[in-house]
Design a protein around this ligand. Structure first.
Ligand SMILES: Cc1ncc(COP(=O)(O)O)c(C=O)c1O
Length: 437
């Protein structure tokens, strides 16, 4: 019995030491920038299926192994003694530590930041606690994420203040930032009822980097508050939220920053501290913004707590500079390669409005047939699923100005092979269709 116990202890001690050594070696390799982006980092650090070509990081992100392990440690700790974890100050301490790390990363004061599950929740929280006057309007754009447009419609439909929502149309080609800024100015001047504008930092299925600093200024000059939808920004662009000076900024941590799903933050300008409320009212009603958002019934906070590990991972692999250089080069190469192979074109937008890690390429003529007269999001989602099942490629499809486009994403685990698979899938679809007709 004693011998067996000692053997077991020795094995587990040796096991633990070996594991710690492996983690330490991996970490120092990452720190020295020796884990190569592409295949190597994908195999070592991600659990993405070998079968798939994952070119759609922009939708759900991908969580690396060390972050998954960190999350599991928090889950285990909570399970070990739930009362102690949630009721004592333990969870609150982890929450504040995580918030502080995220605040540092996005250039925010910790007091201005709260965790929310995702961008949709964050923007809903802002808009559903907004103090509207009778006849006010909400401004969105033709490129606003559809779920957020629905939310704006819902706010208008369910208010007794006769609210309206107004859309600014942004069409392609876009020749320069000024063109977009002018469109906003024109619509703001023509509609003095606009009280709040929801502006995407990076648009979803058009991959456009919006000139948000100038748009915030244009809105503020006309007394309009601004909610920035930064679903795609953290990790993809560098942020300094205090300097940016929006009224509200919501950003996902799970898309480009390696945090587990769902996790996002909401930044609130101090001016609006007292008006913003979470969607769920709980014990901390009427307390500080942070207390109200922290306590929304019994919650799982493990994904928020692991944002520290996610940011650590991002920094260990080289931080913004290394990640950005790899992804920009890859996405640019992939767009050119595909446009040439398909004999199509990239979405006509100026270089300084391109999302750094995402890009749009028109699909080859004839690869999608029997197109309905109205192409809905449901239709493109169904198509995407069929393509995924047949060719094992993950991409987002967009339908812009009567044409199909695919949105390419690049993150550090992508390699050129992924985009060659995308190329071949659509060429194969085109060939199959040509046999039918
Ligand atoms: C621009 C934009 N806003 C909002 C969302 C919604 O994000 P979430 O699903 O995290 O709420 C997305 C999702 O991709 C998006 O692209």
């Amino acid at each position: 019995m004693t011998v067996r116990f000692l053997a077991l202890a020795a094995t587990s001690t040796i096991g633990t030491c070996l594991f710690a050594l492996w983690v330490w070696k991996l970490r120092s390799r990452r720190k020295q920038g020796k884990v190569k982006f592409g295949r190597e980092i994908r195999e070592q650090e991600f659990v993405i299926s070998k079968e798939v070509s994952p070119c759609n990081n922009g939708s759900f992100g991908a969580t690396p192994r060390p972050v998954l392990r960190a999350r599991q440690r928090f889950v285990d700790e909570a399970e070990d003694n739930p009362d102690d974890f949630f009721v004592s100050s333990k969870a609150m301490i982890y929450y504040e530590e995580s918030l502080l790390t995220v605040a540092d990363f996005v250039g925010a004061k910790m007091e201005h930041l709260v965790f929310v599950q995702n961008t949709t929740t964050g923007i809903n929280s802002v808009m559903k606690s907004f103090k509207f006057n009778k006849g006010d309007s909400i401004l969105v754009s033709s490129l606003t994420y559809p779920a957020i447009v629905n939310m704006a419609m819902d706010v208008c439909d369910n208010s007794d203040k006769e609210l309206q929502f107004i859309k600014v149309n942004i069409n392609f080609p876009i020749h320069g930032k000024d063109e977009v800024i002018q469109k906003y100015i024109d619509i703001l001047e023509a509609n003095p009822s606009i009280r709040v504008a929801i502006i995407d930092h990076i648009t979803s299925s058009t991959a456009l980097l919006m000139p948000i600093q100038e748009l915030i200024q244009a809105c503020h000059d006309r007394g309009v508050q601004v909610v920035i939808d930064g679903a795609h920004a953290p990790g993809q662009v560098q942020l300094n939220l205090e300097q940016l000076g929006a009224d509200y900024y919501v950003g996902n941590l799970y898309k480009w920053l390696f945090a587990p799903r769902p996790s996002a933050f909401l930044w609130v300008n101090q001016k609006h501290y007292k008006t913003v409320k979470p969607l769920v009212t709980s014990h901390n009603y009427q307390q500080s913004l942070q207390n109200q958002f922290y306590q929304q019934g019994a919650c799982d906070y493990s994904q928020y707590f692991s944002s520290e590990a996610a940011i650590q991972f991002y920094q260990d692999i080289g931080g913004y500079e290394a990640v950005s250089q790899y992804n920009r080069e890859m996405v640019e190469w992939a767009m050119e390669m595909l446009a040439e192979a398909w004999q199509t074109e990239c979405l006509p937008i100026p270089d300084d409005m391109r999302a750094p890690f995402m890009g749009m390429v028109a699909l080859p003529e004839g690869c999608i047939i029997n197109v309905p007269t109205t192409v809905s999001r449901d239709y493109t989602e169904k198509l995407k699923e069929e393509i995924h099942n047949k060719y094992k490629i993950s991409i987002l499809l967009g339908y812009i100005q009567d044409r199909f486009w695919c949105r390419l994403c690049s993150h550090v685990y992508n390699s050129k092979e992924d985009y060659f698979n995308v190329r071949d899938a659509f060429l194969d679809m085109k060939m199959e269709n040509s046999k039918i007709s």
